[in-house]
Design a protein around this ligand. Sequence first.
Ligand code: ZN
Length: 75
Amino acid sequence: MTTVLTPASPLTAADRCDRCGAQAYLRVVLTSGGELLFCAHHGRKFEPELKKIAAEIQDETDRLNAPSTASDEEH
Ligand SMILES: [Zn+2]
């Protein structure tokens, strides 16, 4: 697997799940060069398929458990 040169910028509240529009906690960089965003729910749901097509998966779902998170947005 090759290293992607895109710097890993943290996901923000403005990043939204491509499937449901909830706040995104996973960024999936595709081997084709595209990029997908998923909430924790859909990230887990599609994880097996994503691993087949992803060059890199940036997983920030652990931030969901961080007590410092001001808004616990669910869907
Ligand atoms: Zn979602």
